[in-house]
Structures are given as C-alpha cells and as structure tokens.
Design a protein around this ligand. Structure first.
Ligand code: SF4
Ligand code: SF4
Ligand code: SF4
Length: 347
C-alpha cells in the first residue's frame, strides 16, 4: 500500500505531466530524490519524461518560492535592466506549494517579484518536514545509510544498526508550531485541506528568550552566532532575499566588513532579520540549510511575534492586505519612535 507521501508524489507527477503535455506551462518546479539518504533536491521538469522524476517526501525543506522569480525571468526575452517586460502573454511556470511556500508567493506577488497570471500553483497541504539534525542526533555519530519513510515513522538504517523513529519527534520546530499548513493560493490541489491548527504556545521559544535580562539576551545572541562562517546560505535560500546587491556584498559604501569579526556577523544577522520583518513566513529554509546549525530562525520569529502583536498581521495570508512596512495607519503604535516625557519626569 502507498504511503501518504507516495500518493502526493504520484498526483504531482500526474498534474505536472498534464500541464507540460498541454503546454499550459513551459516548466514545472518541484522536487526529485537527492543523492544521499533522505535528501531531496529542487528540480525543474521541462518535459513529460522529466515529470516522471518528480517526487515528494518529508525532506523537501527548501522553499520553492525562492526559485520562481528567476525561472519566470529565464522564460522572457532578454532586455535591458530598466526596460519594461514585453507585451502579450509570457510562458508560465508550474510550481508545488505548501502552506508557507504559498504565503511567500503571495508576498512575492505583493512585491511585484512574480506575476500571479504566470504561475500555476499546485497546492499541497503540509504535514511538516523533517529536521535532519534531530534525526542525526537520535542516532548519535553513527552514519545513516538509508531512510525508509512511513506515514508516522521513519526506519533508519546504518552499519550494524536500525532504528524506528516517531516522525513527529523529528519534525522541524517551525513545522511543529505552524498554524497555517494549507496553501493560501492554488490552482490545483493535491489531497484535501486540513484547516488552521490551534497552537496556544506557538511562540514559546521566543518567549523564553524574551524572559531573559538584556545582558543574558545579548550573550545568547552572541553565543548563537559565534560559529557562523558567513557562507550566506541562509540568505541565498530565502525567497525574500532577492536584492540585486545585498548590503553584505556592497563595497561602495561597505556597510559590513567581510571578515568573521563578531561585530560584522552580528550586523549581518540583525539587518537580515529586520529586512524580513513583516514578510517572513517562518518557512524554516534558512535554518534547514545552515551548515553550522545556527538557530537564526528565532530572530525572524521574534519579529513575526511583534508584527502580530503590534499590527495583528501575518504575512501572505491575504494578497489584498498590504505588508505592514509598506503602509501605515494613524492608530499604529509609535512608542518605539517617540517617547513623550512628562514635565517633571526628565532626569
Ligand atoms: S539581507 Fe537584506 S539586502 Fe541582503 S538580500 Fe536579503 S533583503 Fe536584500
Ligand atoms: S527568513 Fe527564513 S523562515 Fe523567513 S521566509 Fe526567509 S527562509 Fe523562510
Ligand atoms: S547559513 Fe549559517 S553559517 Fe551560513 S551565514 Fe547563515 S547563519 Fe551563518
């Protein structure tokens, strides 16, 4: 009998084949099997033969929205930087989208990075993705040579050992606290929608850090980023980071040093997190790809919590509600901008 993920993979293949065969899309963006156990890699199917390689599992951790703007541009005739796009219909791209990926696509539409008319979104209600680090920790230093996935468990094998692990125990932190697993926008749906989840303590990790003193928080932040090697994988994998020149790569002016100096590393993380404020969907891709295991998702998670508390806003849920930093209301809280000091209180 097929597992849930095998059924999803079959339906994705079917839809992609139909879209490519009918020429409704020129390319289809999904996942295929990677080269090491459990690894999945983003994959562009260009024809029906390629569509047979599309697959799905609990290891599809990279947000596919990241590749959409570039893929769409690759199908347009070449033009100069400020030249407008050509008139008339342009080729479309089919893409698989879970809940958070679809919300990033909404943000990309709002920020004019993709044209909704040019994407055919195949929605997949999310069951959460596996955190490879949690998986590895469950078997210590031993090398994993094969992973077999069932609906609720994973069978891990290595040289001289085999272990069954409860799937939910190794699901990524962001997926365990995700309240919107269903795709927000889609043209085709695989499976059925599961509805929003009620998780009262979904910001618990952030609250634990908020409860620390200023000094303790600073020490936690310094410690967390101390092993960062500035590879920028977290930035490169993020569907929000599409600046032609990132502030860290600019040399005129040079906003941040290129070295591994702690102050430069801190500046990179603080500025990147603020650039994602009100836009980050907590997809977890940044954390999943970090080679050093840095929990940088908590920085953006804190801003997500603030955004919800201050503006009652979560990114990507409704394309018609503007992003909080692109609009204002006269009733917006402004304590952080202007603090009124009453007469007699000045010291
Ligand atoms: S970190 Fe900021 S400047 Fe760099 S790519 Fe991301 S949004 Fe752009
Ligand atoms: S900052 Fe991280 S969690 Fe947020 S959208 Fe980007 S990759 Fe996803
Ligand atoms: S992926 Fe990890 S090591 Fe690389 S820049 Fe980001 S936080 Fe640093």
């Amino acid at each position: 009998m097929s597992t849930v993920n095998e059924k999803i993979a079959g339906q994705i293949q079917q839809i992609a084949t139909q879209l490519l065969e009918s020429k409704e899309v020129a390319l289809f963006l999904g996942y295929t099997q990677g080269t090491v156990p459990g690894a999945m890699q983003p994959f562009v199917a260009r024809d029906v033969e390629d569509a047979k390689r599309l697959s799905w599992s609990s290891f599809c951790v990279v947000n596919l929205a990241n590749y959409l703007p570039g893929l769409l541009r690759s199908l347009e005739p070449p033009r100069r930087p400020n030249e407008p796009p050509p008139e008339g219909p342009l080729p479309k791209v089919g893409v698989v989208a879970t809940g958070c990926w679809s919300r990033n696509m909404v943000v990309q539409i709002q920020e004019n990075q993709i044209d909704r008319e040019r994407v055919v979104i195949v929605g997949v209600p999310s069951r959460g993705m596996v955190d490879r680090r949690k998986l590895q920790e469950s078997v210590g230093q031993r090398e994993i040579t094969s992973i077999q996935e069932d609906d609720n468990s994973l069978l891990i094998r290595g040289n001289g050992f085999e272990k069954v692990i409860n799937r939910w125990d190794v699901i990524r932190d962001n997926c365990q606290t995700c309240v919107h697993p269903d795709p927000v926008i889609y043209d085709r749906l695989v499976g059925s929608l599961s509805g929003d989840r009620n998780i009262p303590d979904r910001f618990r990790q952030v609250e634990e850090i908020e409860a620390l003193s200023v000094e303790e928080r600073w020490n936690w932040f310094q410690e967390e980023i101390s092993s960062c090697i500035r590879c920028y994988a977290c930035r490169n994998v993020c569907p929000l980071c599409y600046c032609p020149t990132c502030f860290v790569d600019d040399s005129r002016p040079q906003w941040v040093g290129k070295s591994k100096e702690q102050v430069d590393t801190a500046l990179f993380h603080i500025v990147r997190a603020y650039h994602c404020a009100g836009r980050c969907t907590d997809c977890g891709s940044c954390e999943s790809v970090c080679p050093m295991g840095i929990k940088m998702r908590l920085f953006t998670r804190k801003l997500q919590k603030d955004c919800l508390e201050l503006f009652d806003f979560e990114p990507g849920l409704d394309p018609d509600i503007p992003l909080p930093l692109t609009t204002y209301s006269t009733s917006d809280p402004e304590d952080f901008i202007l603090t009124q000091i009453r007469k007699g209180d000045e010291k």
